[in-house]
Design a protein around this ligand. Structure first.
Ligand SMILES: Cc1ncc(COP(=O)(O)O)c(C=O)c1O
Length: 331
């Protein structure tokens, strides 16, 4: 790989060895070694992840949960092992389940739609209820709630940040009325990097009887509390922001909260029985995973979690902080 990049502050990490894990970085752009700074949008994928996916595609590819042949069994095992790895990675407890999605956007839509789609009398959201989002949310954690409010007759209220872009517990307290049914909050704002005091905000909303939703798209690749320690009913994240494949991600959550969701995708694999006029839906997690999933993607996402754990989220964060300090000093 040649000489270290002049701007790389190693901060104790084996930067050159790690860089070598990312073949995309081994190129020059405008005559300079590529310095890729768009990780908040999409991280690059290390060889370990690419190879895990390739291994699956070359040796184990088959549909899951359906066939009784060897490849189908291997693919099913790989998919369920990936689920177990990711549950460990986010610190899920025995009360939690994890559902594979195409990313954070699908996971948040699964929650927002799932809370009104069962219809009047059955859905969690009812006319006159309150949904709270913060003013720091990505569109993926705003637009689905706008639609949920329209469809259910609930009102959408925004927890406004202060002039510095921070949200405060004291500003949430007066918004938490007895009819507040949802708080949806980011764990890290994509536009500013602001980290709200989400532990306290989620706990307040949950104590008030609301379901709590944490958008962890920007946070999951960094040090954060275990899901089991958070008052979060749902947590969403994307693979491509944690060195995993694009179009992968998950919705994790408390089983009883996930069971409240009306499935977004009705069809194969999410049913126990079907007649011409009705169907019985399967138990979690299959209930929320209708259709053939991205099995290689799930395998890659689990490999990405192992890649991060191999380095350590604290070590990654220390390195990022060192780079940030260096950039600030330079500017
Ligand atoms: C905070 C946050 N939420 C949600 C999303 C949407 O993620 P995806 O496009 O992977 O579904 C992003 C992506 O930028 C994000 O930063």
């Amino acid at each position: 790989m040649g000489k270290p990049h002049p701007l790389l502050h190693t901060g104790g990490l084996p930067v050159q060895a790690l860089r070598a894990q990312f073949p995309v970085l081994a190129q020059r752009i405008h005559g300079q070694p590529l310095a890729y700074l768009d990780n908040a949008a999409t991280t690059q994928m290390p060889l370990a992840v690419q190879e895990a996916m390739q291994r699956f595609e070359r040796h184990d590819r088959a549909n899951i949960h359906r066939g009784v042949h060897t490849l189908s069994q291997r693919a099913t095992d790989a998919f369920e092992e990936a689920r177990a790895t990711l549950k460990r990675f986010i610190g899920a407890g025995t009360q939690h389940e994890l559902v594979f999605t195409s990313g954070t956007t699908e996971a948040l839509n699964l929650v927002a739609q799932g809370l009104w789609a069962a219809g009047p009398g059955k859905a969690w959201l009812r006319p006159g209820d309150r949904i709270i989002v913060s003013g720091l949310e990505h569109h993926a954690n705003l637009v689905p709630w706008q639609q949920a409010a329209r469809m259910s007759g609930a009102e959408l209220v925004v927890l406004q940040p202060d002039a510095q872009g921070r949200v405060h517990e004291a500003d949430l307290a007066p918004l938490l009325t007895p009819n507040t049914r949802v708080l949806a909050l980011t764990a890290c704002a994509n536009a500013t990097g602001e980290r709200p005091p989400y532990e306290a905000l989620l706990a307040m909303a949950r104590a008030a009887g609301a379901l709590t939703v944490l958008d962890a798209a920007q946070a999951v690749g960094h040090a954060m509390p275990a899901l089991a320690e958070l008052e979060a009913d749902f947590m969403a994240f994307s693979g491509h922001k944690m060195y995993g494949p694009m179009g992968t991600g998950a919705l994790a959550g408390r089983r009883e909260a996930l069971e409240r969701l009306y499935p977004l995708r009705l069809g194969g694999d999410m049913v126990e029985w079907v007649s011409y006029t009705a169907a019985g839906y399967a138990a979690l997690p299959a209930r929320l995973e209708g259709g053939t999933p991205n099995v290689a993607g799930a395998v890659g996402l689990a490999a990405a979690a192992r890649f991060i754990d191999g380095i350590g989220r604290e070590a990654i964060d220390l390195h990022v902080q060192a780079l940030r300090a260096q950039a600030l000093a330079g500017l």
